[in-house]
Design a protein around this ligand. Structure first.
Ligand code: SAM
Length: 280
């Protein structure tokens, strides 16, 4: 299906949408590329799609052209609203635009669950939202998949395995409750204006249940302590959390002199289970 709307450069010129650094604005203007990203999100015809930060609408248009049943898009910059209204008119009844800061609002009343999230966001906002989406109390969550743009280095941290220097808190949170994969690499020139670094799209499929049993809060605290100073041995890193770290580590088969970056997700979950009550 072809897109009935004007080219994005024209949209930007018509509505005066000069990119603002303060809002992390690096736009995707190539609709072939945005459609490629939309396709990486899988079949969109059977669920609502939540897009955060649509900007001038390049990815929004691609999601709709690729058949998304309904898109709910949340944009903080009011300058983008007239351009997005044009997109809504071209796809009657399928696009709802909400103005506001996605970090400050509850979007669930606007969406039918389970929904899919697709977004090219400022990197800091993206990481904060990802952590929120992965650490909700009830599991499975309201979303079935997340397809998100990150700085390539952050994408590598998300998918890293033990023994890799990128392995850490993000890898564990992502791998515990989801299946994250890098599905597309983008050079800085793909964006207007180009950022300083390369980017990558990561697709997360929700797991029906966490990969290994553990209390979420305990796991988060253990992992945070273990990686607080990556070079510390586990026995020293866990000292602020538990009275007898050496005995505890041995009881779950972790070498007390190991460093967090070599400890598997399964072992972290065993450690969390061993710490009986949630740590307050
Ligand atoms: N998705 C568009 C694209 O691919 O061309 C724009 C991408 S640009 C990197 C990020 C967009 O997110 C901008 O339009 C910006 O105004 C918006 N934004 C930034 N922080 C936001 C927030 N907290 N809530 C909602 N939108 C936000």
């Amino acid at each position: 299906m072809s897109d009935p709307l004007p080219p994005l450069r024209e949209v930007i010129a018509t509505h005066g949408l000069s990119a603002r650094k303060s809002l992390g604005q690096n736009f995707l203007l190539d609709l072939n590329l945005t459609r490629k990203i939309a396709r990486r999100a899988g079949d969109l015809t059977d669920s609502d799609v939540l897009e955060i930060g649509p900007g001038p609408g390049g990815l929004t248009r691609a999601l709709l052209a690729e058949g998304a049943r309904r898109v709910v898009a949340v944009e903080r910059d009011p300058r983008c609203l007239p351009a997005l209204a044009q997109v809504a008119t071209a796809y009657p009844g399928r696009l709802t635009v909400i103005e506001g800061d996605a970090l400050q609002m509850d979007l669930t009343p606007h969406l039918r669950t389970p929904y899919k999230v697709v977004a090219n966001l400022p990197y800091n906002v993206g990481t904060e939202l990802l952590i929120r989406w992965l650490t909700v109390d009830a599991w499975p969550p309201d979303w079935s998949s997340l397809t998100l743009m990150f700085q390539r280095e952050v994408a590598e941290r998300i998918v890293a395995q033990p023994g890799n220097k990128a392995y850490g808190r993000l890898s564990i949170l992502a791998g515990w409750r989801a299946d994250p994969r890098i599905v597309l690499d983008l050079p800085p020139q793909a964006f207007t204006p180009p950022p300083k670094v390369s980017s990558a799209v990561v697709h997360f499929t929700q797991l029906a249940a966490p990969r290994f049993k553990a209390d979420r809060r305990v796991l988060e605290r253990v992992v945070a302590a273990a990686f607080q100073q990556r070079r510390k041995m586990m026995r020293a890193a866990l000292k602020p959390l538990v009275a007898e770290p050496v005995a505890l580590l041995k009881s779950v088969g972790i070498d007390p002199t190991a460093r967090a970056e070599t400890v598997s997700l399964e072992a972290f979950c065993a450690l969390a289970r061993q710490i009986e009550a949630p740590i307050e």
